[in-house]
Design a protein around this ligand. Structure first.
Ligand code: ATP
Ligand code: MG
Length: 417
């Protein structure tokens, strides 16, 4: 017999959770469109190379977390482990250099083979925002403003802190990298195995390590701010000035490096202490080196992704839109069955939300209508049918009224009461 549970780390989305997801997505879409971002939907799988080349072969995502398989044609493909690489690929595949700058938003499932725990799944969902082709700090300010607006619109802005850092331009980054290599090389014996590998390939990433021993070493490691050149300082100051001007609060965190290889300049995370260990709800940064790494022309980019599951835990009931209430048609007796179906169809064509009370005695059907939070129940019996009327029960008021069939739609819509 087939196993009846979902695969570990995956979840069905229904009921209250589905309402939360939809509410958040609708607000996200609204806010993103207010910033003139356009919708983009890239395939759920790409050639493995798209992610491997860009995320770097020391990243956790590439080394441990990708769902990669060979398809029947012998192609190596990977289920989307993040949005940016796929959107950058789409930018180039569609020749969008011509229409640069481009502003995108997207939403959908992401797949990472992680150890499942609260706030950490193997299939989860991200909302993503990217601005491609704007090397100026205005883009950094705008994506941060968009993030902040979204969290405020979701009613959770007050519980979330923006942590901000600059990874510098390539020159500053190289200088800092050398300083880090020097420092960690003196403590090799205390480094975790993963971080020993990072030391050679991407020492910045050691700062992101979750290993306890590494974390102790990181405390005394050189600080990136001491290695900024003038242009990095100016860029960072412009970003900070810009968000201060629009009133976004932030905290500098000079240990914040993003887990992926292609970031430069601005890096940020929006975190909360209300979700336990998995407190980052939204994270992103600038990736001016990405397109080149993928074999395209040098193109600036900045963006972020927010975890739907973590946001869904945070939002309050108040912002959830109540689902629209149905009208329930209740045929009484055999002869009313077919006309009831036809009535349901006609009312739906008029834009009314209609469900059928399929079976059971009238009492049972009314009970279910109440459970469905119906506004009206329309009772249709032989006798009413013969007179061209239906009995409409207002389930909130407990009243009932006979309505001519020709008037029913207008009555239910509340225009003819
Ligand atoms: P972490 O350090 O928590 O692993 P990350 O750096 O891997 O995070 P990003 O790649 O920046 O995360 O993803 C952006 C957002 O997506 C995160 O801030 C989080 O809200 C969400 N997210 C990431 N991984 C998961 C997961 N496995 N399950 C649920 N949400 C996730
Ligand atoms: Mg991760």
């Amino acid at each position: 017999m087939a196993r009846l549970q979902p695969v570990r780390g995956t979840h069905d989305i229904l009921g209250d959770k589905a309402i939360r997801f939809r509410t958040i997505y609708e607000i996200f879409k609204q806010v993103a469109e207010r910033y003139c971002h356009e919708e983009i939907d890239t395939p759920i799988f790409e050639f493995t190379e798209t992610f491997k080349r860009t995320l770097g072969d020391t990243s956790d995502v590439v080394t441990k977390e990708m769902y990669t398989f060979e398809d029947r044609g012998g192609e190596q493909v990977t289920l989307r482990p993040e949005y940016t690489a796929g959107i950058a690929r789409a930018f180039m595949s569609n020749g969008l250099q011509q229409s640069s700058p481009c502003k995108f938003y997207s939403y959908g499932p992401i797949f990472r083979y992680e150890r499942p725990q609260k706030g950490r799944m193997r299939q989860f969902h991200q909302m993503d925002v990217e601005i491609i082709g704007v090397p100026e700090p205005q883009a950094d300010i705008e994506v941060l403003a968009l993030a902040s607006d979204l969290l405020n619109a979701l009613g959770i802005g007050a519980h979330i802190t923006l942590e901000l850092n600059s990874l510098g331009d390539p020159e500053s980054r190289v200088a800092y990298r050398d300083a880090l290599v020097n420092y960690f090389a003196g403590h090799k014996s205390k480094l975790s195995e993963d971080s020993l590998k990072r030391l050679e390939k991407n020492p910045l990433r050691i700062l992101d390590s979750k290993d306890e021993g590494d974390r102790l070493l990181v405390e005394n490691a050189p600080r990136i701010g001491d290695y900024y050149n003038d242009s990095t300082k100016k860029f960072f100051a412009d970003v900070i000035g810009g968000i201060e001007d629009i009133g976004i609060k932030y905290k500098i965190n000079d240990r914040l490096v993003r887990g992926l290889d292609y970031y430069c300049h601005t890096a940020f995370e929006f975190t909360t202490d209300q979700l336990g260990a998995q407190g980052t709800v939204l994270a992103g940064g600038r990736y001016d080196g990405l397109m080149e790494m993928m074999g395209g022309p040098q193109t600036a980019g900045i963006g972020w992704a927010a975890g739907m599951e973590r946001l869904a835990e945070l939002i309050s009931e108040d912002i959830l839109k109540n689902p629209q209430r149905p009208v329930v048609i209740t045929p009484v007796g055999e002869a009313a069955q077919a006309p009831a179906m036809k009535m349901a169809h006609d009312l739906r064509a008029d834009g009314i939300i209609v469900d059928m009370a399929y079976r059971g005695n009238v009492g049972k059907r009314m009970k279910r209508a109440n459970k469905q939070n119906a506004v009206y129940a329309v009772l249709l019996g032989d006798e009413e049918l013969s007179r061209g009327v239906a009995m409409v029960k207002n389930l909130d008021q407990g009243t009932q009224k006979e309505i001519e069939l020709a008037e029913l739609s207008a009555y239910l819509k509340g225009t003819n009461q």
